[in-house]
Structures are given as C-alpha cells and as structure tokens.
Design a protein around this ligand. Sequence first.
Ligand code: ATP
Ligand code: MG
Length: 395
Amino acid sequence: MDKGTLSELHRIFQEVQSKPDIKSALDVLFLSMRGFFVFDNVAIYLSDRKTRGLDILYARAMGRGKTAEADAAWGEVAANDVIMNEHMVIHGPKKGSTDDDRISQTFLLGVPLYIGSKLRGALLFVRFGGPEYSDAHIHTASLQAVWTSALIEHKELQEARSELDSVQRQMRLQDDFVSTISHELRTPLGFIKGYSTSLLRQDTKWDEATQREFLTIIDEETDRLAKLIEDMLESARLQSKTIQFKFSPIRLDALVRDVASRVKTHHPRLVVDLQLEPVPPVLGDGVRLSQVFENLFSNAIKYAPGSSITIGAKAVNGRVRVSFTDGGEGIPEEFIPFLFERFYRVPGERTVTGTGLGLYICKQIVMAHHGNIWVESVLDRGTTFFIELPANPAL
Ligand code: ATP
Ligand code: MG
C-alpha cells in the first residue's frame, strides 16, 4: 500500500472516529471510501434476534439510480443469503438484460458483518451497469465491513452503558428514598407522639394557650404525614398506571386562578401575579391538573421563600402553555435533567422537607394529558416551569 493511500485511510479513520453518532460516522466512511471503491447504493442489514427478520440499520443512494434512501429492498434477498450461508455474495446482472438498460444491470456485493464474533448482519453494495467487482474492490468492501461492525458494536455498547447508568441511578434513588422516607415519616410521628404524651401527662397542668399550641402542632404534623402517604400512594398508582383520569373540557386560566386563590388562603402574604390570556379549553382532569399547580406552588414556597410568583397562560401553536415563575435561587444546570424522576431531590443542604415525589407526580399527570412539562432555571434569578397541553378547539 503506498504512502498516499495510507495517509488518506488515516484521515478517513480519524474523521469517522470524530463523528458523534453512527449515522454520520457511516456517512463519512462510505462517502470517503468511494475514492477507492465506486458503488451506487449501500445498505446495512441486521438480523433481528427476536423476530429473526431483517432490520435496515442504514441505507444510502449515492450514484446512478438514486432512489429514496430508505428504500433498501434491493439488497434484502442477497443480505439473507449472506446471513444464512455465512459467506460473501457476489451477484452479476440477470441473464437476458440488455446493455442499454444499465439500471437493471445490478452488480451486488454482500459482506458478512461479525459483531462480537457473531454473524449479525450483512453490508451490501450495488453498482448499476457494472463494472464487475475486482479483488481490490472486494478487499476494500471487507475493510468497510470490519469498520462498520466496529461502529455498530461501539453504538450497542454505548446504549448498554447508558441503560446501565440509568438503572444504577434508579437504584441509588431507591436507596436514598428509603432513608428519606424513614426520616420523613419519623419526624412528624415524633412530634405527634411527643406533644400528645406531654398533653396526657397527669403531673403537669398546661394552660389553655399551651394546650392549643400543642394541638395545633399535632394537627399540622398529622396533615404532613397524611400528605406524604397520599403522595407515595399516588406516585405508585401513577407509575403502575392504575389511575382513572376523568377528562372534561377545562379552561386552564380559570383553573390556575382557583388554585392560586386557594393557596393564598393558607399563605396570605404570598404575592401571585397572574398574566393569564384567555386560552382555548383543553381536555383534562380538573382534580389532577389542580394537583400539578399545587405542587408547583408548594415548591416555589419551599425553594423560593419570600419570592413572588408569576403565572402566565397563552395559546401557542394549537397548544395551551402555562408558565410558572419564581424569583428564587434557581437550580444548577447539572441537576435539571433529573428533576422529574421519582424520589429525586437536588443534593445539598436538607433544610427543607420533601420526598422528591412532587415533580414526578406532575410529570405523570401532564403526560397522561398528552402534554409536556419542562423547566428553565437561572441561578440567583429564579425558576420557570412550563406546562403545555393540546388545546381542544372542538370543545
Ligand atoms: P415533595 O414535593 O415530594 O414534597 P420535593 O419538593 O423535594 O418533595 P419535587 O417537588 O419533586 O420534590 O422537587 C424536586 C427537587 O427539585 C426539590 O427537592 C428541589 O431541590 C428542586 N426544586 C423544585 N422546585 C424548585 C424551585 N421552584 N426552585 C428551586 N428548586 C426547586
Ligand atoms: Mg415538591
């Protein structure tokens, strides 16, 4: 192999290597290698381990007879041949086809793809109107097959790794959850037990004000316990999809206004700025959607104490978008992707109580409405949650 060829191969290798995804890596590979080996179409077939059928991983038309890229039916028979018989396949044009119809003169070359030493598929090239494949061509095609196999294996390993990461994260969250939950259950129980024991003591006479104070604490902590248990059950039900939603036409602007005024009865000093444009109705479950906004209020009150809250509603491209903004500390960017996961809480000081279920519940409810929920946050400026639901103008 001469020096020029070697350095060209080296360049191609580096460029393929630098591509972030398999599709663009394969694009570079096949386009660049056409300098050594001319073909019209290329396709990669992988045998599906479950159905035993053929999946098309990649298909490109480059030269003559450029057809729809996804239509890679031309190579299926030959690909099956390669896979069934575990060998390279070279097919010339069918006898009887005439020279003036070049497109019907197909020269096929199929090379097996071994991934992790198992035969998993075939790499197919086609030339319309020849010429026939020389030994050098066949070697180049084999080189591309080895390269393709490596890229596929790399992609599969990456997918397996990210799945593993997510399972590991889930397991860690479960572990954290057990400690969070036992803490969260014990704290209110401790208060309830402590204050009721005090009240029951026969050797002490509490004045009426103190009795009231103790009873208020017991009352509040009981509510907290009840909410925690309710959230846990709710999230388990949402996860197992056993909740029946009751859908009816809902105006989100009116619903938001209702929730805001209910929240304000408990937090009279909270400033809520409503910027609600009249929006088309959505098909929704009013109770569940109220729960979403109650959770957002609860978070803003806990994580952005003292801040005012601005709620906007408007119609955007056939959807109704509600934005919910606080002026709190914000959430560091690296934690944003996990906020809606079950039990997830931003790490750091734990002065504020919670179980990490609120946003998970919000997301499940919004998804059951075929909507989206996402968050944007700027440190020291504040956080905005967005909720978008499909508008239903027919209602
Ligand atoms: P729960 O809602 O179950 O009582 P929680 O409030 O901790 O517990 P989520 O509502 O799911 O759980 O919120 C997840 C995490 O996101 C919170 O722990 C908090 O760190 C962060 N977070 C949520 N809303 C805000 C906000 N408005 N500003 C800053 N951080 C927030
Ligand atoms: Mg919360």
